[in-house]
Write a protein that binds this ligand. Structure first.
Ligand code: PMP
Length: 409
């Protein structure tokens, strides 16, 4: 820790009051240097489980043969595009490869500005879309001020809020008009992870998207968190809402830990962008990254991980709801597949607000060998997002330890 603090810039943070030093990981388990294991119910990057052998093999094999960029014609990016686009609606027929979700969102912002001629964006009020300068203005979760032309709406965390959400989007569009701002796009994470997870009712995005399109804007689905089958029934979060995005951004789990990300969109839009703009990303779409991403798609299919996410997710949410029935601190359990949020209300007896309560629970769980995180405004929602290989035995362990941690505060 002292070496890290001395050598790495003070921009870095760790998760826990007692920072965790991890040495290796396999499947749903992470191991510290004393060999103690931790159940990983937090990390959505290793979607197939940590160090999945198929991905490791694909990376090693491709590294031996060729690793170069997209200025040459090589097989891997084209094969990845074929396989990735096959998981998306046919209208979304062109891919651009990048290295991070931030780069994908930054490019989506550039494309939507260029093709609409607008500069206005609607986002949610605790959104996170990435680390670039432009995205900082679209990421109020980090405490950043909204950028010029950026308008925020509160997502419908509870089902009953769906109509209010649609009305808020309509009001935003009116405000933009009054302010003389032309709309470029609605940009949302389709599971609203940093807002605290909003999953129901399915379809609540449809009216918002319709209004944005009518005003001349695009719909950008940020699938960095919900994508790649985590939600169980659908490969992509927007599909749960039965809406068709103009642009889709993805990253995080795409390479199971290897940096690979993408922007996918309608060819017409990208053609229009490419008339005046090029996009080159040195490592985006490199052969090894593509091999890793192809292995991820293959394993999701071959190991039936979406079905497992659906079944284990169902089981986990049912157990969490039963726990909520006997635990007044839990206000709500929501999510889809293996993306679950548990909202807390605070502990009046101990005079803890929800933020403090969740912070303590996360740290107690860490001490007991279970890793989860906090999300939502003020961190009042426990975020559960394990690898999709999570089984019932892991869900049982998580819920039992959570019950103990709630008791312990
Ligand atoms: N969009 C969402 C919804 C995210 O959660 C993140 C990362 N937390 C990003 C974009 C940015 O991705 P990256 O960190 O790979 O740049």
């Amino acid at each position: 820790m002292s070496r890290r603090e001395r050598l790495l810039a003070p921009t870095y943070r760790h998760f826990y009051e007692q920072p965790l030093m991890i040495e290796r990981a396999e499947g749903v388990w992470m191991y510290d240097r004393d060999g103690r294991r931790y159940l990983d119910a937090y990390n959505n990057v290793p979607i197939l489980g940590h160090c999945h052998p198929e991905v490791v093999r694909a990376i090693c094999e491709q590294s031996r043969v060729l690793n170069t960029h997209t200025r040459y014609i090589t097989e891997e990016p084209v094969r990845l595009a074929e396989e990735l686009l096959a998981t998306l609606p046919q209208q979304l027929d062109s891919a651009v490869f990048t290295c991070t979700g931030s780069e994908s969102n930054d490019l989506a912002v550039q494309v939507s500005r260029a093709v609409t001629g607008g500069t206005g964006f609607i986002i949610t009020d605790c959104a996170y879309h990435g680390a670039t300068d432009v995205l900082a203005g679209l990421s109020p979760e980090e405490g950043n001020p909204l950028g010029a032309g950026v308008y925020a709406v509160h997502p419908p965390l509870r089902s009953a809020d769906a109509e209010r959400f649609t009305a808020d989007v309509a009001r935003c569009i009116e405000r933009m008009r009054d302010d003389g701002v032309r709309i470029a796009a609605l940009l949302v994470d389709t599971i609203f992870s940093s807002d605290g997870v909003a999953a129901e009712p399915r379809g609540f995005l449809q009216d918002a998207v319709r209004q944005v399109r009518a005003a001349g804007g695009l719909f950008i689905a940020d699938e960095v968190q919900p994508g790649f089958g985590r939600l169980g029934e659908t490969m992509w979060g927007f599909a749960r809402h039965d809406v068709l995005p103009d642009l889709v951004t993805m990253g995080k789990p795409m390479g199971n830990g290897y940096p690979v990300a993408a922007l996918v969109g309608r060819r017409g839009l990208l053609e229009s962008f490419a008339r005046t703009r090029q996009y080159f990303n040195t490592y985006g779409g490199n052969n090894v990254a593509c091999a890793a991403a192809r292995a991820v798609l293959r394993v999701i299919r071959d190991e039936g991980l979406m079905l497992n996410a659906q079944r284990t997710g169902h089981y986990l949410m049912a157990r969490l709801r039963t726990l909520a029935g006997r635990c007044a601190a839990i206000q709500d359990v929501r999510g889809a597949g293996l993306f679950v949020g548990v909202e807390f209300g605070g502990n009046a007896e101990r005079a803890w607000g929800a933020t403090e309560q969740v912070r303590r629970i996360v740290n107690v769980l860490r001490g007991r060998g279970v890793l989860v995180g906090a999300t939502g405004r003020g961190g009042a929602v426990l975020k559960i997002r394990p690898p999709l290989t999570f089984g019932r035995e892991h869900a049982d362990l998580l819920v039992e330890e959570l019950e103990r941690a709630i008791g312990a505060g």
